[in-house]
Structures are given as C-alpha cells and as structure tokens.
Ligand binder design. Structure first.
Ligand SMILES: Nc1ncnc2c1ncn2[C@@H]1O[C@H](COP(=O)(O)OP(=O)(O)OP(=O)(O)O)[C@@H](O)[C@H]1O
Length: 513
C-alpha cells in the first residue's frame, strides 16, 4: 500500500465526526491492504511508531525539503527507512540520521510529508483509533466486532489479529484462545474514592491488599516457566526466584496473575523503585537476587491444567487459585459476601487500615461474580488508595535555577482530552530526585519539538505519576481546573500517552470534592 492512501484516509477519518463514516473509510483501507501491512497501518493511524523513538528532534524535522511530485513510497518502505534511522549509532550518528530523514522526506509528496512530520513529531491523532480499527476490520472482513475484540484480548495485539483476519477471514478468529506460553493483556482496575463507595458499587466482593510492585503474568507448562510484564515484555530471565516458585506448584500447567515485590525481613514491603531497579537492570541476576530477593504474590488464576478459567466468576477462579497456590504466595484477602451489613463494612474498613499499616499502598476490591476481562479496565475491580495519584503527560519543561540550573526541572503536566490532545493542568518540580532530574533532562531534550528561552516543548509521550492533594478551580489553565500540591512520584515508562488519565477523570475528582 502506498503511504499516500494511508495519509489520505487518515485525514478523511479525522475530518468526519460520524462514526459510521469513519468505519466505512477504515474498512476500505483494510480491504486494499496486504495482510502483512495491517499491523503497520494500525500503528501509523493511531500516531504511534513501531520504533517508538528514532532519535530525531524537531530542529531536524522542520527543515523544508522539496516534496516528490508523485506518490511512490509504500508503507513498508517507510517502516524500513524509520528502522534504519533508529538503528544509526556511534560517532556522526546525528548527521547520518539527518541525511536519512532528508532522503525519506524528499521521497514523499507534500501530503505525505505532512503525515510523516505529524507522525514523527508525535502530533495527536484520532482518539480511540484502536476501537475504530476493530470496527473497520470487522466491516472489511465480515467478522463480528465482538469476536474481533475477543481475539485481540487473547492474542495480545490488534496488529497480529488484523494480519491473520485479513489473511484467512473470520474463521481464523476461533484460533485465538488462551494458551499457556502466549500472554494476554491483564485485567485493569478503576479507582474508587473510598472502601464504602467501592462496596456500594460492587455488591458481594473480595477485598485484597494492593501491593506496589511489578505486575507479572506467569505461565507454567511442565518445567518451562515464562514471565511477562503488564505491557507483555518478557522478563523471565530477570526473575529466577519466581520461576522456581512456579515450578514448585502442584499444577502441571497454569497461567497466574500477580505482583512481584521485595519484602524486608520483618515482612514489610521495600519501595517500588528498588523492585523496578532490579527488574530493569542488566546486572548479573544471581548477584542481584542475593542483595534484593523478590517474591511473587498471586491474586488470579487464568488457566490450570488445560482448563481455561477466564469465563468463570472471580469466586470460582479464587477457589482454584487457593487449591494450587499455597498461602504465602497468595495475596491477603477478605471475602465480603454481604456488603450491605454494617458488620461486613467494618471488617473491610479494618482490613484496609491494617493493609496500610503493613506498608502497602491500598486495597483492590473485586466483584465475586466478575469474569476475567483481559485487557479491559472494567468496573468490577476497584482500587482504593489514600493518596490521589494521576498519570499525566509531560508537555513541556522549564530550566531549573540555582542548584538545578542546567537541568530541566518544572514540568508542565497534561491530561488527555477525548480527541487525543492534551490539556495542561499545572506544573510541578516537587518530588524530583537528582537522579530523576538528570534522567528527565536527557529524555526531554530528545523529545523536544521547540526550544524556548525558558525551557523546551516536547512530544507528548512521557507519562509521569503525580500525587496531589486535590483538584481546584483555576482560570489560568485551559480546562479551568488545576491540581493542589502536585508532586512527582515516578515516571511510568510502561504506559503510553494514550493511557494517561483524562480531563474527565480529573473533573470527576473535582466534582466529588
Ligand atoms: N491484589 C491486587 N489485585 C490487582 N492488582 C493489584 C493487586 N495488588 C497490586 N496490584 C497492582 O495494581 C495495579 C493497578 O493499580 P495502579 O494504581 O498501580 O494503577 P496503575 O499502575 O496506574 O495502572 P493500571 O491500573 O493501569 O494498571 C495493577 O496493574 C497491579 O499491578
């Protein structure tokens, strides 16, 4: 497929507000696509790059280049060119990247150049494109949209499903079943303001400790054990102790969902940063496990000995979990089968208070009758934390003063609007350690799209977790609201900007006071 066709459709989809028309346009595009092109088309439409970063800033991109008179670039050629640019390293890398970017842009027509520049500078694209792409694919192939969604959940990627669907038609969707050895996206939680609100919303439920570590999905098949993160990156080699624990279970095959944490000798959790440092580092793992042993604590079971449990209610999945996973490897949990009674509510509040005393960050309440919604942020899991946090996107950063001069410090924070753009909610430089300041200065300079005397404007890509004390009215910011006492907790490199919190979610916190 020529890039020109993709660029034109992308523009047409953005220009119409009717969902049915968007679906029709996307269906036509998918009908014209080769199966192998589908994953790329979907990523480009959503404004993402498979390479994530190509190491080229706005100063290079903005140089005018003569456009090609006729469209001739294919999407696969664009991908190959961007791959080559991302792979350049060593001395003279910058000049070489600049040369390659120039060559790519000069092979593109004016309209294609606009599309490529938007893509490379991280300009917001269609909000919710992936959901539209599911409908477009379904319309193009005659599949049921719900079946396509199910396959994406179990296949782990929309691109992968799209390719198979275009190649073999709707019948191929039946092949997407939970398989040991193929990870699925984890089920996610919504936030509730209090334990009582969560009990009211859920009805009969279980309350569990919320552990602040790294989400893991552990697949055991006989002696083979593999471990994936929330974003489905494989980290088996980093966690030999989890592999050993999984091999010791009574089940021959199992898919487990849990959290990896580090515990002190007195049983209290060590800070998240230590866990992520160990999992992310490339240091020798046998030495690392001696200085910081990690433990997995499991809270769900997706399959056991060949039986798929995804469609079972949470209570039945937990009964299976309790059968195959011994106590210390299971999350602490209390069942609240009668949440309307004062006695139950008191017990749940006590459980939550004790959990905080034990050093954990909060609790998660889960409806007893809910199925496992892989990849979904359903309303049947509700997290309750005493400190409000939001995942926001860094839009710009200001140069620091005094001890922080030469470092990018004060961050401009944005929440997501429904159209995919970002609304600035405020600024903060609080909570930044020297290590974070150094790290963010380097990253933000890479992402810079404009340099100003006061700092840099960046591609809206980096997600940062912010703690704050409340939401208040402010005429200084575009949505009329801002955060009180915002401070940085950590960067969330496991999240994309499209997963950041929305303006509506922040507004709801304001309304709820
Ligand atoms: N008992 C538990 N049940 C479910 N999740 C838990 C539990 N304990 C800890 N977690 C962790 O809590 C995460 C959800 O809450 P958190 O506030 O950390 O959300 P988040 O990291 O911003 O992202 P998300 O909700 O998108 O995962 C889960 O992804 C999981 O890693």
């Amino acid at each position: 497929m020529l890039l020109a066709e993709l660029a034109e459709t992308s523009g047409d989809v953005a220009a119409t507000s009717a969902r049915s028309e968007k679906t029709r346009l996307l269906a036509r595009l998918f009908r014209d696509a080769e199966p192998a092109e589908a994953p790329l088309i979907i990523t480009y439409l959503a404004g993402r790059l498979p390479q994530r970063r190509i190491g080229v800033g706005w100063s290079v991109l903005k140089e005018p280049r003569p456009p090609a008179p006729e469209p001739r670039l294919s999407v696969l050629e664009v991908d190959a060119a961007l791959g080559a640019i991302a792979a350049v390293s060593g001395t003279g890398a910058l000049a070489e990247r600049k040369r390659l970017v120039g060559a790519l842009l000069e092979a593109a027509t004016e309209e294609e150049q606009r599309f490529l520049l938007g893509l490379l500078s991280g300009e917001p694209r269609q909000g919710a494109l992936d959901a539209l792409a599911v409908e477009g694919l379904a319309a193009a192939t005659g599949a049921e949209p719900a079946e396509v969604r199910r396959a994406v959940m179990l296949g782990g990627s929309l691109g992968g499903v799209a390719e198979v669907l275009l190649e073999r038609g709707p019948a191929a969707l039946a092949d997407f079943r939970l398989r040991v050895g193929r990870p699925v996206l984890p089920m996610l939680a919504h936030t509730a303001k209090s334990v009582d609100e969560a009990l009211d919303k859920l009805g009969p439920c279980a309350v569990e400790e919320k552990l602040d570590g790294i989400r893991v999905q552990v697949h055991r098949d006989g002696d083979s054990v593999r471990i994936w993160t929330r974003t489905l990156d494989e980290i088996t080699d980093r966690l030999p102790e989890v592999t050993e624990a999984a091999r010791a279970l009574t089940a021959r095959s199992a898919v487990l969902d849990g959290e990896v944490i580090a515990l002190r000798e007195d049983g209290r959790p060590r800070p998240f940063q230590e866990v992520s440092g160990r999992v992310g580092s490339r240091a020798d793992v046998s030495a690392a496990r001696l200085s910081l042993p990690l433990s997995a604590v499991f809270f769900d079971l997706l399959s056991v000995d060949g039986r798929d449990l995804l469609e079972l209610p949470a209570s039945a999945r937990h009964a299976e979990l309790a059968r195959v996973v011994p106590e210390p490897l299971r999350v602490r949990r209390l069942e609240a089968a009668a949440p309307e009674t004062e006695e139950t509510r008191r017990a749940v509040r006590e459980f939550a208070a004790e959990t905080l005393e034990r050093g954990h960050e909060g609790v998660v309440l889960k409806a007893l009758d809910s199925v496992y919604g892989a990849g979904r942020r359903g309303s049947s899991w509700l997290k309750v934390k005493p400190v409000h946090t939001l995942d926001l996107v860094v839009l710009a950063a200001e140069w620091g003063h005094g001890r922080r001069s030469g470092k990018l410090s004060n961050l401009h924070l944005g929440a997501r609007r429904p159209d995919g753009s970002f609304a600035m909610l405020g600024k903060t430089f609080k909570g930044l350690t020297d290590r974070l300041l150094a790290w963010q200065t380097e990253r933000l300079l890479e992402l810079a799209t404009a340099r100003e005397p006061w700092g840099v404007v960046v591609r809206p890509e980096l997600v940062v977790e912010i703690a704050f004390d409340g939401v208040q009215r402010s005429s200084r910011y575009p949505e009329g609201i801002t955060l009180r006492f915002a401070r940085v907790l950590r960067y969330r490199e496991d999240k994309q900007a499209s997963e950041a919190d929305t303006v509506d979610a922040v507004r709801a916190l304001h309304a709820g006071g």
